[in-house]
Design a protein around this ligand. Structure first.
Ligand SMILES: Cc1ncc(C[n+]2csc(CCOP(=O)(O)OP(=O)(O)O)c2C)c(N)n1
Ligand SMILES: [Mg+2]
Length: 546
């Protein structure tokens, strides 16, 4: 009786419940920036076991949490204050949403009695977050904290994953309540039922096809089914291509691998898809980056196995087999296992790419080849957005899942450095390399301070072409002239890195690239001069037609 009384006399604050529930849910890592509206949570964090990384911009906090998930499959928290803090988070949250990456964003909010009064740093957030998260909610009382956190964690991690948001008014953080931990979430979002009959039909279609092709999408990486997919592809013994988000879902040194499809994929991979009579697409929603022509795979039947039941592009010849890849792929392999599988693909011809040259500035492919040779095979490469990203997608082969991280759906400049920091925190055993554009790097270079102060060593390879190169390329091809894409005069990137306490190296000739430490103890920025005249493969942007 006394014990029970004791329990009911013990009151804890909303902030304490939040921190304890996060720990109980297995969260270890938070990226954020404090502020008045979230300071009660920060106060409790100072005595908790959760590790908080102080970022220098909230957008970077969201990208870091996103990079953490993409490198490890484990969720992290992005924490910010009300008003400007949470608004700064939004670009990073939307970037995670577009690429189906899980993270929990928690934002401070003005006290509940002031909500709606246009008070200091008050912005109504759930409306702003709704289109860029799987779920968003306002916690109005400490009694709801545990329930809300657990519910949001389930929603974020269920397939397809995505970011979620909790808005946490300051009084709900400081008010105390009686708390009996251990709330059990009764309604778990579940995977779709296994479509057994459709899987049988699919197996038969594959057996009948003469020119089958497998397209690997980002869902293969996220669902950890790379090994099963590899086995299936080898049973089928047919060409395998990837989407941008599918990169690292299939080993690129494998003889079946034929490159990346889509508007910025290789001609070789796109031609193969155009010849196919059957396309088995795994874990892709066919965005307009992949479906680069209205004639996409026009000779083929397309079956798209995905947990989502909607395609990003209308494809008359495609149908969705909605299911969880973790179930469908092994079942499909089982059905095909002892069957006679033959197709009409002749020996694969290797791509005629050898563009090495050495001059005052480097060809991006040459630089990528050297970077590939320098860093261990399991290094994690994280790109920014632009030409360097697409060169890396096409010419930086990777062979392990989660080793290529890029902003596909949002194409967000400034993603690279903070996402690299998140990836390195998640995988300290790996080399993490940011393939950065000069324009993209300048948007987030303040995060060098985070990397130094928190001791998160990554390598930043700046592909310095002096331009917003991707836009330069599209302007020249659309309008035959340039407008506002020249970044000159560029800062001295090596000196800038040194000013933050990082190592800064300016490459003058190719050999120096080979002297770079592949597993640095301190963040290292390498300035690599790139010839701005070199264009990436581009097969029709929808907007270049107009
Ligand atoms: C935040 C943001 N602003 C603008 C754009 C439009 N954009 C796409 S690529 C690009 C140029 C990127 O330049 P850089 O980082 O130097 O890469 P490069 O193309 O030169 O390799 C721009 C401005 C974008 N994708 N994201
Ligand atoms: Mg550039």
């Amino acid at each position: 009786m006394i014990e029970i009384q004791k329990v009911f006399e013990t009151r804890v604050t909303g902030a304490e419940i939040l921190v304890e529930t996060l720990a109980e849910e297995g969260v270890t890592t938070i990226f954020g920036i404090p502020g008045g509206a979230i300071s009660p949570v920060y106060d409790i964090l100072s005595e908790s076991e959760l590790t908080h990384y102080l970022m220098r911009h909230e957008q970077a906090a969201a990208h870091a949490a996103d990079g953490y998930y993409r490198a490890s499959g484990t969720i992290a928290v992005a924490l910010a204050t009300s008003g400007p803090g949470c608004l700064n988070l939004t670009t990073g949250i939307a970037t995670a949403y577009k690429d189906r990456s899980a993270l929990l964003a928690i934002t401070g909010q003005t006290p509940t009695h002031k909500i709606g009064s246009d008070s200091f740093q008050e912005v109504e957030l759930t409306s702003i977050f709704r289109p860029i998260v799987k779920s968003t909610a306002l916690i109005t009382t400490p009694r709801l904290v545990e329930y809300m956190v657990k519910k949001m964690m389930r929603i974020s991690c269920s397939s397809p994953p995505g970011p979620v948001h909790l808005d946490f008014p300051r009084d709900a953080q400081t008010d105390a309540t009686v708390w009996l931990p251990g709330f059990e979430q009764s309604t778990f979002p579940s995977s779709p039922d296994t479509p057994y009959e459709e899987i049988h039909i699919l197996a038969n279609l594959l057996l009948l096809s003469r020119l089958p092709v497998v397209i690997i999408g980002g869902g293969v990486v996220r669902s950890h089914v790379g090994a099963d997919v590899y086995h299936l592809c080898h049973l089928l013994n047919c060409p395998v291509v990837i989407t941008l988000m599918g990169k690292s879902g299939f080993p690129e040194y494998d003889p079946l691998f034929c490159g990346m499809v889509g508007s910025n994929g290789s001609k070789y991979a796109n031609d193969i898809v155009q010849q196919a009579d059957f396309v088995l697409a795994l874990g892709t929603r066919f965005t307009d980056r992949t479906v680069w022509t209205t004639e996409f795979a026009s000779r083929a039947k397309i079956v798209c196995v995905n947990v989502e039941n909607k395609l990003g592009t209308d494809l008359e010849n495609a149908r969705i087999l909605q299911g969880d890849l973790r179930e469908v792929v092994p079942l499909l392999s089982e059905l095909l296992k002892n069957k006679k599988i033959a197709n009409d693909w002749s020996e694969k011809v290797s791509e005629p790419v050898d563009l090495d040259f050495e001059g005052p500035s480097f060809h991006p492919i040459t630089a990528l080849k050297m970077i590939r040779a320098l860093f261990p095979h399991d290094s994690i490469f994280v790109t920014d957005t632009g030409q360097h990203q697409l060169f890396a997608a096409n010419y930086l082969p990777v062979s392990e899942p989660f080793t290529f991280i890029t902003s596909g759906g949002m194409g967000c400049m400034g993603f690279g450095l903070p996402a690299s920091l998140g990836a390195k925190v998640a995988r300290p055993d790996r080399s993490v390399v940011n393939i950065a554009g000069d324009g993209s790097f300048l948007m987030v270079c303040q995060e060098l301070a985070t990397s130094i102060s928190s001791n998160i060593p990554v390598t930043v390879c700046i592909f310095n072409n002096g331009y917003l190169g991707m836009i330069r390329q599209s302007q020249l091809s659309c309008f035959n002239r340039m407008s506002q894409v020249d970044l000159s005069p560029s800062p001295n990137y090596a000196d800038l890195a040194k000013a933050f306490g990082a190592v800064g190296i300016k490459i003058e000739n190719l050999d120096e690239l080979l002297d770079i430490e592949p597993f640095p103890e301190k963040t290292t920025v390498v300035d690599i001069p790139i010839d701005p005249a070199i264009c990436v493969p581009s097969h029709s942007y929808s907007w270049t037609k107009g």
